[in-house]
Design a protein around this ligand. Structure first.
Ligand SMILES: Nc1ncnc2c1ncn2[C@@H]1O[C@H](COP(=O)(O)OP(=O)(O)OP(=O)(O)O)[C@@H](O)[C@H]1O
Length: 378
């Protein structure tokens, strides 16, 4: 482990004129981690990346790198390198000169910088294209050269702004594997901006979901998927059904959860979290993973430890490994169910069925999100 490349943002704020673009960002990115900043268009992820790079001034707060306060440092003083969406290769320079460029600026001799550039072209498997020009390369090849160019100054932190978005879907998947492999091999910190949940899940050790200039949730992709902390996060990462209810009476085995039109179920104290002491009648909102919902006959009898919600099937969509079944409950909230394609029980559109799920699969949102109004518009 190099031990370098720890990044910390402390109460970082950015406004353009009077409009706030990023607010109150507090985040620690451990050295050697692959961090993805994820969120819909305009959520402030590129502004955050540009502030880390030093291409944008911070309005308030501090940026620390390896405990140095770099807030007022120039981009070259920070130990970061940036890789842009369009790769920004110089069209009139060969790949070798493009990669060596950062060392030319630093004043290194031609022989030395070319030797180092060849090493990096080999690292990204582009050694045979040293004399080619950018317009002779495919998108994926240009991206590899851009990565080599970013790495040549031996940064501790590599900043990547939508690096895969210009590639076709097949190449995108291949290149993301290569990015991750190089990041692990060199043990550098990568901070990668994307609006794709799939990309962030595939790459990130640490995923940061942003909305409206603020961090909504930070965690491993698995933690985000298992326990999204807000309705926005659950909707943005997808694959969750969102519901509302209220708490009922409390007894020894647990507290009742009341959902309109459904038999009551019980929640244990661990699941209740901040709602442990809440009074009967308190509204709650929660998510259940779409692949944890079962479609059952309308006549299914209630059983302890399970919720049953009568719904009507409004749409059925074939999606390969999964079939998406959209349902509507009495509260007319659309609920998405993922049925494995091998499932024998694909319902008809218009049929009345029950959704069933285990009480243990309920993920309550924190109290300030009990009445969600968030609509995700990626
Ligand atoms: N130079 C600027 N001047 C004024 N406002 C800006 C500037 N750059 C960004 N903004 C505003 O700041 C907010 C955040 O923008 P930012 O580019 O960081 O979002 P983003 O999440 O990266 O979006 P996208 O995915 O579309 O690139 C937006 O409301 C945007 O209009």
């Amino acid at each position: 482990m190099s031990g370098k490349g720890r990044v910390e943002l402390v109460a970082v704020h950015k406004s353009y004129d009077a409009r706030s673009a990023v607010s109150d960002i507090n985040l620690v990115i451990p050295s050697g981690s692959y961090c993805c900043l994820l969120g819909p268009s305009g959520c402030g992820k590129s502004t955050t990346l540009r502030m880390l790079a030093g291409h944008e001034q911070v309005s308030d707060g501090d940026i620390l790198m390896d405990n140095r306060n770099v807030t007022d440092f120039s981009p070259t003083q920070r130990g970061t390198a940036m890789m842009f969406q369009n790769y920004a290769l110089f069209p009139h320079m060969s790949c070798l000169d493009n990669v060596a460029f950062g060392l030319r600026i630093a004043g290194m001799s031609k022989a030395d910088r070319h030797a180092r550039a060849r090493e990096l072209l080999t690292l990204v498997n582009m050694q045979d294209f040293a004399e080619s020009y950018p317009d002779q390369l495919s998108g994926g090849q240009q991206q590899r050269v851009a990565l080599a160019r970013a790495l040549i100054t031996q940064p501790d932190v590599v900043l990547l702004d939508e690096p895969l978005s210009a590639l076709d879907p097949f190449l995108r998947i291949r290149m993301r594997k290569e990015l991750k492999a190089i990041q692990k091999k060199l043990d550098l910190t990568f901070i990668h901006v994307t609006h794709s949940q799939e990309e962030a899940f595939a790459l990130a050790d640490l995923a940061v979901v942003m909305d409206g200039g603020r961090i909504q949730q930070v965690g491993s992709p698995r933690a985000l998927f298992e326990t999204p902390s807000t309705p926005f996060v659950a909707q943005f990462i997808g694959g969750h059904a969102l519901m509302q209810g209220s708490l009922g009476s409390r007894s020894a085995p647990g507290t009742e959860l009341i959902i309109e039109g459904a038999p009551r179920g019980l929640l244990g104290d661990t699941q209740l979290g901040p709602f442990r002491e809440a009074a009967a009648g308190t509204p709650v909102s929660f998510s259940v993973r779409s692949d944890h919902l079962d479609i059952l006959p309308a006549t299914t009898a209630p059983a302890p430890g399970r919720f049953l919600l009568p719904v009507r099937v409004t749409d059925v969509e074939f999606q390969g490994a999964f079939i998406y079944v959209e349902c509507e409950s009495a509260g007319s909230v659309p609920l998405l169910v993922y049925l494995p394609d091998r499932s024998q029980q694909v319902p008809e559109v218009g049929s009345e069925v029950c959704l069933g799920w285990s009480c243990a699969h309920i993920n309550l949102f924190s109290p300030q999100h009990a009445n969600p109004t968030t609509e995700v518009q990626p």
